[in-house]
Design a protein around this ligand. Structure first.
Ligand code: SF4
Ligand code: SF4
Length: 298
């Protein structure tokens, strides 16, 4: 029911029709052992499902149940489920122990990583020969924790059957575009707007209730073209808002401009950029002229 521990990964590539043997049930001697002291990486759809299940705003959910980290390679904001330090590092949603009444208290809304376990997912971006759009190569692996007795059971699965049984394909569909964005390299750390962009990225990915207020109450609608039908949908519907946020994330990272600036804003932005470039050119010319003068005076 958990996330990926690299030491426990069996380094064999599995495809959808690959088979493995596994069964998890409340009678296992290890039941709920895997819901303690683990790293569970959350996706935007995980947060939507859990905050709705708990009847909380995304902001309150994030504060109470998650911890923030930064991806070392891309510097994108990552979100982990926070284990309960006052309860022996158990997941805040588990009732520990074996047998009926024990286990995950949010089972039908548990995160994708919990659904997939003991299967791990990997995605790799591959540039094709013409170096056009990258394609994503997805495969799977088994994560075999030493304490997990589920592998001693005799139930056989294919990866595809496991996905269906755990309802994880819905999560894959909901998270696919966002995961693709997460694989994109962020702008350099030296970028002066980086911190602001990180905050925006975090809000648009995970804190959808704040993102909704930002869209509806800031200058966002003065700046961007948002069709009235889309606007109506995102006012109430978290899933529509989550899909809309993907366009904003792509805009932030310069991946695409499917979210369009209004013509007068785009025009003003072009004029500002042209002015900046002209100033940079003038500064460069001045520096070259100064260097030439200094050389002649020597
Ligand atoms: S069988 Fe494995 S997945 Fe199931 S409760 Fe035990 S440790 Fe967790
Ligand atoms: S969310 Fe549920 S399944 Fe996942 S670690 Fe917590 S208790 Fe276990």
């Amino acid at each position: 029911m958990v996330s990926l521990n690299n030491k426990a990964v069996i380094p064999t590539r599995l495809e959808l029709d690959s088979e493995f043997r596994f069964r998890c049930h409340p009678g296992c001697a290890c039941f709920t052992r895997c819901c303690r002291n683990i790293e569970i990486l959350l996706t935007p759809y995980d947060v939507v499902r859990m905050k709705r299940r708990l009847g909380m705003s995304s902001t309150d959910f994030l504060k109470k149940y998650t911890r923030y980290a930064e991806d070392e390679k891309t510097t994108h904001p990552l979100l982990y489920l926070r284990m309960d330090v006052e309860d022996d590092l158990y997941c805040p949603f588990v009732t520990p122990g074996q047998g009926e009444g024990k286990g995950c208290n949010i089972y039908s809304d548990r995160p994708a990583a919990c659904r997939y376990y003991p299967v791990g997912q990997a995605t790799h971006r591959i540039m094709d020969e013409k170096n056009e759009e990258p394609r994503h190569d997805e495969w799977y692996m088994i994560v075999k924790e030493g304490y997990c007795l589920g592998f001693q059971e005799d139930k056989k699965w294919t990866v595809a059957a496991w996905q269906k049984d755990q309802d994880s394909t819905l999560y894959d569909d909901m998270n696919r575009e966002w995961k693709n964005i997460m694989m994109k390299q962020d702008l350099p750390k030296a970028d002066k707007n980086r911190e602001k962009r990180q905050q925006m990225f975090y809000m648009a990915s995970y804190d959808l209730d704040t993102f909704r207020r930002y869209v509806l109450e800031s200058r966002f609608l003065e700046m961007f073209e948002v069709p009235p039908a889309t606007l109506e949908k995102i006012k109430e519907n978290d899933i529509e808002l989550m899909k809309f946020s993907i366009g904003h994330l792509k805009y932030l990272l310069g991946i695409s401009r499917e979210l369009k600036l209004k013509p007068h804003v785009a025009e003003a932005q072009r004029a500002r950029i042209a002015e900046m470039r002209a100033q940079e050119d003038a500064d460069r010319e001045a520096r070259i002229a100064e260097a030439k003068r200094a050389k002649l005076e020597k």
